[in-house]
Structure formats: structure tokens, C-alpha cells
Ligand binder design. Structure first.
Ligand code: AHM
Ligand code: MG
Length: 323
């Protein structure tokens, strides 16, 4: 059995400067993730379900466990000496975690608890992370193709961690007795097409005609191309993208006519998941451009997301690029 600790120790040698910093950052993400997994398991007994009286930068009501998950990750990086900034869905401004101003050369981006509407119903939840190296001039908003590493934890029937640092995609499963993650799949490859599509179809009245027609394509009956696809949607991006990673297919959160940027966040949702999926042979797209090449303007910027099996994503891109 290969432990995650050993795996990231070996992967650090593949980093351009081969430093221990990657090892330290990943270990701190893992420790934050384990605390979240435990808090979720015990939530029904510890009175930690329900909402706080604050809203986050996206105008969403913050739940107690959103706030706890955010604290766990911030605490994991406090005074690490390596990470300068933590950027999170739950904090309006980038949060400086270095002991001295400007110390540390990394920025870590988080969605601490993805799929928050699932908290009170014991349905799957996730955490998403993305690691960037700051420029010498302190610039931390960089395109996805410059990520050092990215991945997610999925708190489902079991807790798993999936990550890439640009050398394939690897999956680990938490052994709750040992308190350690062990390798459960290495060099994961996404099928070139799948059998399911994943989207909140209740929003279809807000989409463009082309977007509606793209989704109808997957519902249509055509045995030769394996259609119709089945619909699967958990309300947790991590869970839906993980299904797609393992079995193929696509996940969509499209832009809307009145809100072309859509709902999902570039830096801590779309870009890290696209890095993982593309390392596994899939595609992450807005429908008209690759997620990995977008130059971010703000930490909480939103983008449409169409992600999954290469051929399935390309079908949607063709619908959206019609004249
Ligand atoms: P969150 O990070 O605040 O939970 O929001 C992101 C979530 C995704 O996990 C999920 O796919 C999507 O938002 C669900 O949104 P909707 O309820 O509009 O379908
Ligand atoms: Mg999210």
C-alpha cells in the first residue's frame, strides 16, 4: 500500500525546483481535509448543522460547516513560512497567512466546502484546492496552466483525495482507522466519451438557444452514438466531476443570457478541476475557450464550465460556436 505521504514525497522530486515546499503544502491540505471529514461525520451529533447569519462574497448564506472548513484550511497554513496568501470562497479578500509581510512564495486557493446545499441532508460534499507560485513581483492571479498542483477531496461514502501536480492524476482513499490516505488509483484516464451528463436542467430557461440545443443533443435517442445519455446531478460539483473522471461523460454549469459568466468560480473551482480532468485526458472549457488559458482579473471571478470527456465537451463547443 502506497501512502499519500510517500506519494507526494516522491512527486516533489518532479517539481521544477524539487523542493520540500510542495511536500509541506500538500501535507497541510491533507491535514485540513481530515479535520473536515471528521467534522462532517460528526455534524449531526455536534450541533454544527444549519446556517450562520453571514453571507459570503457571492451573496450565499454561509453555513456553520462552510465557516469551520474555511478555518481548518486557514489554520493549516498559518505561519507555514511557505504560503503567503490563502484565497477562499468564504473570504472576500485574499488572507495573508505568513508571519512576516511578503514571506512565502505560494498562494493556495480553496473552495473549503463545495456543494453546501448538501450539508443538512448527508449528501456528498467536497473541498477543492489549487496551488500557485507567486511571481517575484507578488502577482498571485495566474492562469490555470501555471498551477503547481490542484485537486479535491470528496466526502462521500468514503473520503478520497484526487490530485495532480502535472504528472498524471492519482486517487487516494482515507483509511479511517489508520488516519492515513492510501493510493487507490494511479494515472487515472478519463474515457473519451461517456454515458451521463450532469447539469441543473431547472435553469434551462435561462440559457441561450444554442446551449439548450446542446443539452437536448445528449437527451436524444441515437443508438449509433450511444445516446440518450442518462442525467446525474448531485448538487456537488466535486462529486459530479469525480463521476465523470471515473466513468466519462460531462458536467456543465453554463453561462446564462442575463448572467453570461455563470455561477462557478475560476480560481478555486473551474481551474483546479480542469487541471485534474485535462491531466486525465479530458477537457475543461467555457464552451468557447479553454479554462486553463483564462487570465484571471479578480480572485472570485466566475466562468461558465463544461468539463469532462474530450469528445463530449467538444460536442458542446461545436453547438456554442455555430454562426
Ligand atoms: P458552493 O461551492 O457554494 O457549494 O457552490 C457550488 C455548487 C456546486 O458544487 C454545484 O455543482 C452547484 O453549485 C450547484 O448549484 P445549483 O444549486 O445552482 O445547481
Ligand atoms: Mg463550490
Amino acid at each position: 500500500m502506497v501512502s499519500l505521504t510517500r506519494h507526494i514525497f516522491e512527486q516533489q522530486c518532479l517539481q521544477p525546483d524539487g523542493t520540500e515546499e510542495f511536500f509541506t503544502i500538500m501535507n497541510r491540505i491533507v491535514s485540513g481535509g481530515k479535520r473536515i471529514a471528521r467534522a462532517l461525520r460528526e455534524a449531526g451529533l455536534t450541533g454544527s448543522l444549519g446556517v450562520t447569519d453571514t453571507k459570503n462574497v457571492h451573496g450565499e448564506q454561509v453555513q456553520y460547516l462552510d465557516a469551520r472548513a474555511n478555518e481548518f484550511f486557514v489554520e493549516a497554513f498559518q505561519d507555514s513560512g511557505i504560503v503567503q496568501l490563502v484565497v477562499s470562497e468564504e473570504m472576500e479578500e485574499p488572507f495573508p497567512v505568513a508571519a512576516a509581510k511578503g514571506a512565502g512564495k505560494y498562494a493556495v486557493f480553496f473552495d473549503p466546502l463545495d456543494g453546501s446545499s448538501n450539508i443538512d441532508v448527508n449528501a456528498p460534499l467536497g473541498s477543492i484546492f489549487s496551488i500557485h507560485c507567486l511571481d517575484p513581483n507578488g502577482r498571485f492571479l495566474k492562469p490555470g496552466c501555471e498551477q503547481v498542483a490542484a485537486g479535491y477531496l470528496l466526502y462521500g461514502a468514503g473520503t478520497i483525495l484526487v490530485y495532480t501536480c502535472g504528472a498524471g492524476v492519482h486517487q487516494f482513499t482515507l483509511d479511517p482507522m489508520a488516519g492515513e490516505f492510501f493510493l487507490s488509483a494511479s494515472n487515472v484516464q478519463i474515457p473519451s466519451r461517456g454515458k451521463t451528463y450532469s447539469v441543473n436542467e431547472g435553469n434551462s430557461y435561462k440559457w441561450s438557444k444554442d446551449m439548450n440545443e446542446a443539452v437536448v443533443y445528449f437527451r436524444n435517442d441515437d443508438k449509433a452514438t450511444g445516446r440518450p445519455y442518462s442525467l446525474r446531478y448531485t448538487g456537488c460539483l466535486v462529486a459530479d466531476v469525480h463521476r465523470v473522471l471515473v466513468k466519462g461523460g460531462l458536467y456543465l454549469y453554463p453561462g446564462e443570457v442575463q448572467k453570461p459568466e455563470g455561477k462557478l468560480r475560476l480560481m478555486y473551482e473551474a481551474a483546479p478541476l480542469s487541471f485534474v480532468v485535462e491531466q486525465a485526458g479530458g477537457l475543461g472549457s467555457t464552451g468557447v475557450e479553454r479554462i486553463s488559458t483564462i487570465h484571471p482579473k479578480t480572485p472570485h471571478q466566475c466562468v461558465p464550465l463544461i468539463i469532462g470527456s474530450r469528445e463530449d465537451v467538444e460536442v458542446v463547443e461545436r453547438f456554442l460556436s455555430r454562426e
